[in-house]
Design a protein around this ligand. Structure first.
Ligand SMILES: Nc1ncnc2c1ncn2[C@@H]1O[C@H](COP(=O)(O)OP(=O)(O)OP(=O)(O)O)[C@@H](O)[C@H]1O
Length: 320
């Protein structure tokens, strides 16, 4: 097993959610007791429908949000406990975040060379010459000509803008990148190009990724392992091949059934029903109201995530 560079233990994150009917303050538990790790040069795919807590986990890892409880260790350094603040700041420089929407991520009035160099300017210490060389190097690294540096974002397609966003994320040589739905806003052929670019960069630069998506099709070719998230909890996590060939959790099976198939031509309906309330979580398994395999026990007892085969963890009473 490769070195673990990200270790997450029993992580939870709550948000204030106004007052309930009784006037009491309510909390929404977006991430509930989640544990996983990411190895060096590994991609962990994180998949779940809208509202399942994917972005919250990504933001917790890069320090944009504070955990309510649990522990995050980055390169061996605690990011949640009362650790060494300077050491943590050094570790944070080894981590970057790629946002979903390349249109929103780029300032329309900033030349793309300056946008890419923003992290260098913030870090400081770059001569004009080195800065210009680095911009050219980063543009070429993501498959764009260094002559584009003087252009503005509106001169580029969605896919090209995402390449620019990736170039900016790589400016300070990160080792771990949280990719939050990096291809969600692109058409299918562009999605494949960006996924291939990220894979290529991983090989060349030895990167590790947390790759967030709401669709199991998108993470298939890029992930070494995949974690499936439902209502803020991991319901299945395993090696990629095992997840796609032998999905065990009913929610993973439903997500796989919802993957579009070219020969069918249209997307089958996703699992019926709504995600449970994250404010007032009912007893028992969170999927129970929507689960085609629900049993009596599922209404009462919340299943723990258990290792049912080497490296394959599932939270479902069908396997207890
Ligand atoms: N800052 C916030 N304040 C209050 N609630 C929030 C906040 N951020 C997220 N939430 C809530 O937390 C839950 C999880 O949101 P999150 O964005 O992590 O889900 P997601 O799986 O990334 O969804 P999507 O695919 O739509 O981006 C949702 O119910 C969301 O409304």
């Amino acid at each position: 097993m490769s070195v673990r560079i990200v270790e997450v233990q029993n992580l939870s994150c709550e948000f204030a959610a106004g007052r309930g009917r009784d006037g009491r303050r309510q909390k929404l538990k977006a991430v509930d007791n989640v544990s996983f790790d990411v190895g060096r040069e590994e991609t962990l795919g994180l998949v779940g429908e809208s509202g399942s807590g994917k972005s919250t986990i990504g933001r917790l890892l890069v320090g944009l949000l504070k955990a309510s409880s649990g522990e995050i260790r980055l390169f061996g350094q605690s990011a949640t406990g009362p650790g060494d603040a300077k050491a943590l700041a050094r570790v944070r420089k080894r981590i970057q975040f790629i946002f979903q929407d390349p249109h929103a991520a780029l300032n329309p009035r900033m030349r793309i060379g300056d946008a890419i160099a923003e992290p260098l300017d913030i870090a400081g210490g770059w001569s004009k010459r080195d800065r210009a060389d680095r911009i050219g190097e980063l543009l070429e690294m993501v498959g764009l000509s260094h002559s584009f540096a003087m252009r503005f974002p509106h001169e580029f397609s969605g896919g090209q803008r995402q390449r620019i966003v990736i170039a900016r994320a790589l400016a300070l040589n990160p080792e771990f990148v949280v990719c939050d739905e990096p291809v969600a806003s692109l058409d299918v052929s562009m999605q494949a190009q960006i996924v291939n670019l990220l894979k290529d960069l991983q090989e060349r630069l030895g990167l590790s990724y947390l790759f967030i998506a709401h669709d199991l099709a998108v993470v298939r070719s890029v992930s070494h392992r995949v974690a499936v998230l439902y209502a803020g909890r991991i319901v299945e996590i395993s090696e990629r091949r095992s997840l796609y060939q032998d999905p065990r959790h009913p929610y993973t099976q439903a997500l796989l059934d919802a993957v579009p198939r070219p020969q069918v031509g249209r997307r089958p309906p996703p699992i019926k029903g709504e995600i449970i309330s994250l404010i007032d979580r009912p007893e028992g398994c969170s999927l129970c109201p929507r689960c085609p395999s629900a049993m009596e026990i599922c209404r009462r007892v919340d299943p723990a995530l258990r290792e049912i085969a080497p490296g394959k963890h599932v939270a479902c009473h069908l396997y207890s």
